[in-house]
Design a protein around this ligand. Sequence first.
Ligand code: AN0
Ligand code: CP
Length: 316
Amino acid sequence: MIKHFTSITDAPNPNALIQRALEIKRAVRRPPSAVHRKTLVLLFFNPSLRTRLSTEKAAQNLGMNVITMNADAGWKIELEDGTVMDGDKAEHVREAAGVISQYADVIGIRSFPTLKDRDWDYAEVVLNQFKKYASVPIISLESATVHPLQSLADAVTIEEFKTKPRPKVVLTWAPHVRALPQAVPNSFVEWMKTRDVELVVTHPPGAELAQQFVENVRVEYDQQGAFEGADFIYAKNWSSYTDYGQIISPKENWMVTPEKMALTDNARFMHCLPVRRNVVVADAVLDDPRCLIFEQAKNREVAAQAVLEEIMKSGN
Ligand code: AN0
Ligand code: CP
């Protein structure tokens, strides 16, 4: 029995501890399968409410251990190969990813774009360096350019709430006071393209998304025209891709209002959250019973669970 463990003087028999650690290691190496619990390590380089809670809960539902690290403050990691590390970055991603892989069976990473260097962001340097140097599977918790767990949950939600075989799904740009990533719209479009839906993207000039995402997608600059006959309105702000990272400020008001929703075919309103009330969307739309924001948030859990289960099935 030891009370504290702050120095060797706290351990009456250091050798006993060494031997016990080696014993544990041998047992862990050959685990009875029912006892060995898989471990998920979640690394957040940016804050999160939904992704963090839903992914932790999904992992717990599967009987996994979860370790979450908030890496948004103070942990500066070197991502470039071959650099002389004489600046402020104390650890290279090679070691960080390699070390986390010693504890984790799966690693989740949330990493927003810089919104300054488009090529760097769209090369997905953070995610790809972890993928390259970790020895276990990597899950995106929203990377620089996509947010697949969100889009999977959104696709599940649309599947649940559609009342027509081929609903009209409208992704509308909406205003915001800060420059936000294109990850959610990029991903939403990518996933909707695989579904049996009539997809329309509407945004003001200057808000064009990257060609690789919107190729063959109907884009309309007239928001109200796009809303006509819609079954789902999915609102999201994003900053400019062409004038990279800049806030777009159109002359007309692109906020989603009850008046605009009245143009639809009694559409359901969707947003990934967090949302700024009366900037992105009016209170009356969010508080209307046809709004699906909590259903979307709820579906984040089953989406994450389905993904984790699939990864585990692959024998990882
Ligand atoms: C983030 C974004 O636009 O990517 C997170 C959305 C899931 N949104 C905000 O920071 C408001
Ligand atoms: N929608 C979403 O991913 O929210 P968080 O940023 O809170 O995780």
